[in-house]
Design a protein around this ligand. Structure first.
Ligand code: ADP
Ligand code: ZN
Length: 432
């Protein structure tokens, strides 16, 4: 197992903390001087950059949220003048103004370096052919992986998302060994490969998935359709894009680039830190970004973080799978439910295809919770009685895991929408 940047990835934690403090202090001084938005926030919180003398003092600093980014659209959070900016990205943002983040030349270098780290961590070598099926464009996914994989020495195929027939043609003809995609699109591609006339002609061996949650069950489903090993990788535009964290070959959590990003896990309701290993909201401070540094960014992503040493030898903390986004969670009959919990139950059931959608509706004062699930051809076209019994079984398993009884609707394979990017799992029609 190769470690790209052994100096930082295996740094003694004591030493890492010293580096973090130094970088945090430097970043604070910079944003205080250069970004009026942060200067006002810090003043309002009654803290001057010099007040931060230990890492624990980070808790005295104000949080930054997605709406702050939107209000500062487009360049209000930039800490450098436009002549130092060499690239600008923005995240999709389903509502309101988009989030914008800029990169200086050094930011691009850092980004390439951090994505290269997670690529090498996943097992990418210089002789790999890496097909990037993340969308290119304003989304950080495509370009981030592009820069990082090139640095790792891979031959990059910048095909972007979509056009499955062409994806398969190049994948086979170029002998692509690494696939970069959202797990939803990877599943779609894997199924297309499995159906292909010559599935043996494909050389995929490694998947680097990211941008959305991938349950263990979904990962297994994809890996069983094409024989590759896939890693989970996490990132977000506000922090840098991909490269924030990724799984090593041990696949027991994603190593966070803590030398660049200070991580906290807080209780989303009290804002207090949770104990190590407990689940809470991830909060990141990007200490080295020149153009778009962010102070205590509230990701709304829920997961746990451990600093226990990993078998790979890296000392960087690991975050678990994202169990949900605070804005993804829905409430039915007073029970909080994350789509990931529904997914884990469904994908563990034999006969269920890895496609589902949750539909929430309000009839009168009652909320209805429907789960539409694709099942295999054999089940769908089997005896009606068997289909009912199967539906019952799925309903019962969901009920016992979620403590709420959904209405399960089994549908034919191929019914639900396929996606090239992030899947939309929940349709909430309850808003009046
Ligand atoms: P958005 O989706 O908000 O338009 P981004 O493209 O920056 O913007 O996406 C970042 C978000 O995507 C994260 O905050 C997180 O919710 C989700 N995400 C990214 N990677 C993963 C992952 N590996 N597992 C689960 N969720 C992820
Ligand atoms: Zn590891």
């Amino acid at each position: 197992m190769t470690i790209w940047d052994a100096r930082h990835e295996t740094m003694a934690r004591e030493q890492l903390r010293a580096l973090q403090l130094e970088r945090l202090q430097d970043m604070l001084a910079r944003v205080y001087e250069r970004v009026p938005f942060y200067r006002e926030r810090l003043r309002a919180a009654g803290v001057a950059p010099g007040d931060v003398r230990s890492l624990a003092d980070v808790r005295r600093l104000p949080f930054t949220t997605k709406s702050d980014f939107r209000e500062q659209y487009p360049f209000g959070m930039f800490a450098v003048p436009v002549d130092e900016v060499v690239e600008i990205h923005s995240s999709s943002g389903t509502t309101g103004k988009p989030v914008v983040a800029g990169f200086t030349r050094r930011d691009l270098d850092t980004w390439a370096e951090l994505v290269c780290r997670i690529a090498v961590m996943a097992g990418v070598h210089a002789d790999d052919v890496a097909q990037i099926s993340f969308g290119y464009g304003m989304f950080t996914g495509g370009f981030g992986l592009h820069y990082g994989l090139q640095r790792a020495g891979a031959a990059v195929v910048p095909i972007s998302a979509g056009n499955t027939a062409r994806q398969l043609q190049f994948m086979r003809d170029f002998g692509s060994t690494v696939l970069i995609a959202t797990p939803s699109y990877a599943l779609h591609l894997a199924e297309a490969i499995a159906r292909h006339a010559t599935p043996k002609a494909f050389k995929l061996r490694l998947g680097m998935f990211g941008a959305e949650a991938c349950s263990e069950e979904l990962r297994r489903r994809i890996e069983s359709r094409v024989s590759m090993r896939a890693t989970d990788n996490y990132g977000l535009t506000e922090v840098i894009g991909p490269g924030v964290s990724g799984e090593c070959e041990c696949r027991s959590g994603m190593h966070i680039a803590e030398d660049h990003f200070l991580v906290e896990v807080v209780d989303p309701t009290t804002d207090e830190p949770v104990a190590e290993g407990e689940t809470g909201e991830l909060v990141f401070t990007s200490m080295t970004r020149e153009c778009s540094p962010v102070l205590r960014y509230r990701t709304r992503d829920l997961c746990s973080v451990t600093t226990e040493r990993c078998a790979c030898g890296r000392t960087l903390a690991r975050m678990g799978k994202i169990v949900g986004r605070t804005d993804d969670m829905f409430i039915i009959s007073g029970v909080n439910i994350f789509p990931s919990a529904v997914e884990s139950v469904l994908f563990a059931i034999e006969g269920v295809e890895p496609y589902y959608q949750i539909v929430l509706e309000r009839t009168g004062a009652m909320d209805t919770f429907e789960v539409q699930v694709e099942v295999t051809e054999a089940i769908f076209n089997g005896w009606m009685d068997d289909l009912r019994a199967f539906e019952q079984r799925v309903t019962e398993q969901l009920r016992s895991a979620l403590l709420v009884r959904p209405k399960v609707k089994l549908v034919e394979p191929g019914t639900l929408e396929r996606t090239e990017g992030k899947a939309k799992r929940v349709i909430d029609r309850r808003q009046r």
